[in-house]
Write a new protein. Structure first.
Length: 327
């Protein structure tokens, strides 16, 4: 697929996308919704490509993409049936299951958790052993995340100074903290756009195994709406493979589809590029997008236990992806 083809297809469908991101009703057979985990951005560009290239329409689905955000949690629409599938994360899903939600993880978009400790090259944090004595800017709600990282690496958590901050690079740039707990694809990208190179320590490379950007569905949907789940996940797989083939085109389509979202193209391009090593791996090359291993599940269970969540391997269900990938 060429960038020109992606853009022409995407721009031609702008009117439909603004009206709810659904395919034309004349082609659709079954309306379903995919609940996104956050505001529209290139983080979900694979889904935008699936809509605009008609891959869901061709499979008999009219898919609406429901925007997430701070006031739009993923889990309630999936439980209620408003959304067939939601994009969540293993810790949020585990918390919901503990409260009785009948969820299963049916796909894993991010092969590596995107959490990093970002620092500056003049005072770098390159390994957990560098954390004692450092001031780490972060939301207080993420304290268990840092505690888990320290526990996994035999680091004295009490020797790390937590500095409550807004989600901004400014405290690091101003020298108020030595590091920031953030996602690889946002604050480090924001600094790069200001001409500042950040040093990032990807927590997933130091034992913090927690599946992120996961696809969740209910037991009822797995039992009674399998064909729709297979069709939706097939479109996702096609969309993300197209994204990988041309991240610049995916970023351009994202900005074109949401002109009022305050996105700028250079930022979206860099974010799209930096997502690739988080979402694709030797495993996805061999088994297909969204796959995971039994070993990864066990590592997730150990990390979730450190976060106060107890789950079993049955939380993960491969059956839909097995059909998608012909296994």
């Amino acid at each position: 697929m060429t960038r020109r083809r992606v853009l022409v297809t995407g721009l031609a469908g702008l009117a439909a996308s603004r009206a709810g991101l659904g395919a034309p009703a004349a082609w659709a057979q079954t309306p379903v919704a995919l609940q996104l985990s956050w505001l529209h951005s290139v983080q979900f560009a694979g889904s935008y490509l699936a809509v605009q290239n008609g891959w869901w329409r061709d499979a008999g689905l009219e898919v609406s993409l429901l925007q997430g955000g701070p006031n739009a949690p993923v889990e309630p629409p999936v439980v209620s049936g408003t959304a067939l599938v939601g994009i969540s994360a293993a810790d949020y899903t585990a918390a919901a299951v503990a409260q009785g939600a009948p969820f299963r993880i049916i796909g894993v978009a991010m092969q590596k958790n995107p959490f990093v400790i970002a620092s500056l090259p003049g005072n770098p944090i390159v390994a957990p052993a560098d954390l004692p004595g450092k001031r780490i800017g972060m939301a207080v709600a993420n304290t268990p995340v840092l505690q888990a990282l320290c526990s996994l690496n035999d680091v004295d958590f009490n020797a790390v100074r937590i500095v409550p901050t807004q989600y901004s690079a400014q405290p690091l740039l101003a020298g108020e903290v030595d590091g920031l707990l953030c996602w690889e694809t946002d604050l480090p990208v924001a600094m790069a756009m200001q001409g500042v190179r950040a040093q990032t320590m990807l927590m997933a490379d130091h034992g913090y195994a927690l599946h992120s950007q996961t696809y969740i569905a209910t037991d009822d949907s797995l039992a009674n709406r399998r064909s729709e789940l297979v069709a939706l996940m097939t479109g996702e797989v096609r969309g993300w493979n197209a994204y990988r083939a041309d991240t610049d085109a995916a970023a351009e389509l994202t900005v074109a589809m949401f002109p009022d979202a305050g996105m700028d193209l250079p930022t979206q391009r860099l974010q799209a590029e930096r997502q690739v090593p988080l979402m694709f791996s030797d495993l996805t090359d061999a088994q297909g997008f969204g796959s995971w291993t039994d070993e990864a599940v066990q590592a997730n269970i150990r990390t979730l236990a450190l976060l106060g969540r107890s789950v079993t391997p049955e939380l993960w269900d491969r059956s839909i992806l097995d059909e998608v990938h012909g296994r």
